[in-house]
Ligand binder design. Structure first.
Ligand code: AMP
Ligand code: MG
Length: 331
């Protein structure tokens, strides 16, 4: 695996050219986006896309988002570009929003996990955009981690998690958003919020001029669910996660320590006396999202068997964070 440092604002042309060459020959490049690090391959090459599934240990039923540098490139992957796509792309692209649309026939079924739809996103990170432009093709990129593990927000996270399973890592520093993109399905009769992220429902609905639906509950029960981002255990550290109310953190830490565990804590306002690693995260949802995964990685690096997470607030701007925390805590 080759690792290159790259300026996150003005990426070096020679580094981008080297990474683009890896994509063009069907290889894998981990690169920063504004959400998390992606594991990229040529989205139009079935063989390259299968390489992503192999490197991640990702089940083949889990579709991958295609990243594009322009709206036209997104449109080339789909058969329809409805008014909702126009509204959302205009309001939020480039940015942390993926749109699910009817798949064009040349898009490999491996990418979409056999579905008639494909997810597309124009990321806001200069390195990601330069790489897509340099490669001259849309880039398939799930998060650059092994399946069910915590998404990477630094190049070190990628190197630890994937090592030589990836051909090249572009190190553009820590990512800004910190959790995965919001996913909205605009392929049907009404827009559906498949996966919450940092864009609030109200902001999305204002741009759409209509209300977002929630995924049909029936689909959630099956493996072939509409958005496998909904898999219950996901984004999880090796440490067992105990989700506790702010006032109960000290007691939870004491109880787990007394049971002989090595206990870490991720808190906002609570104190956690006795924990071997305490990570205090910002009290605003965006700041918390930016640092959550690094804290989870750090708890694992500190070899904690248990991590007590202070339950974040319940208000609307915390929906994306609470979704990830709940999944991390799922047994
Ligand atoms: P990630 O592994 O974080 O890149 O997440 C990719 C996620 O995007 C998947 O787990 C799904 O939730 C969602 N996704 C990608 N393609 C589709 C699709 N065709 N239909 C529905 N959801 C999709
Ligand atoms: Mg992922």
């Amino acid at each position: 695996m080759i690792r290159h440092a790259v300026d996150a604002v003005r990426p070096d042309a020679a580094v981008i050219a080297a990474a683009a060459a890896v994509i063009q020959r069907g290889g894998l490049v981990a690169f920063p986006t504004e959400t998390v690090y992606g594991l990229g391959a040529n989205a139009l090459s079935e063989r390259a896309v299968l390489g992503i599934f192999a490197a991640k240990g990702r089940p083949s039923y889990n579709p991958i988002i295609a990243h594009v540098a322009t709206v036209e490139q997104a449109q080339s992957l789909v058969t329809r570009w409805p008014p909702w796509a126009v509204a959302l792309a205009t309001a939020f692209w480039p940015g942390p929003l993926s749109l699910v649309l009817p798949r064009a026939s040349h898009v490999p079924l491996a990418l979409t996990a056999g579905r008639d739809t494909v997810a597309v996103r124009m990321p806001a990170h200069p390195v990601a955009l330069a790489l897509i432009e340099g490669a001259g093709c849309p880039i398939a990129a799930p998060s650059a981690n092994r399946f069910t593990e915590i998404s990477p927000t630094t190049a070190d996270h990628v190197a630890h998690g994937l090592g030589n399973r990836v051909d090249m890592i572009l190190d553009g520093g820590p990512t800004q958003v910190g959790i995965e993109s919001t996913v909205v399905d605009v392929s049907g009769d009404a827009p559906v919020l498949l996966r919450p992220g940092t864009l609030s429902r109200a902001t999305l609905e204002r741009a759409l001029g209509t209300t977002l639906r929630d995924p049909a509950p029936a689909a959630e029960a099956t493996e072939a669910r509409q958005s496998p981002g909904m898999i219950e255990r996901h984004y999880a550290p090796h440490a067992r996660v105990v989700l506790v109310e702010p006032g109960s953190v000290p007691a939870a830490v004491a109880k787990e320590s007394a049971a002989g565990h090595r206990v870490g804590a991720i808190v906002i306002v609570a104190s956690a006396p006795g924990a071997v690693a305490v990570h205090r995260l910002p009290a605003d949802a965006l700041g918390y999202a930016r640092r959550l995964y690094a804290a989870l990685h750090a708890v694992d690096d500190a070899a904690c068997d248990v991590v007590c997470i202070e339950r974040p607030p319940d208000s609307l701007e915390w929906v994306g964070v609470n979704d990830r925390v709940r999944r991390a805590a799922h047994p």
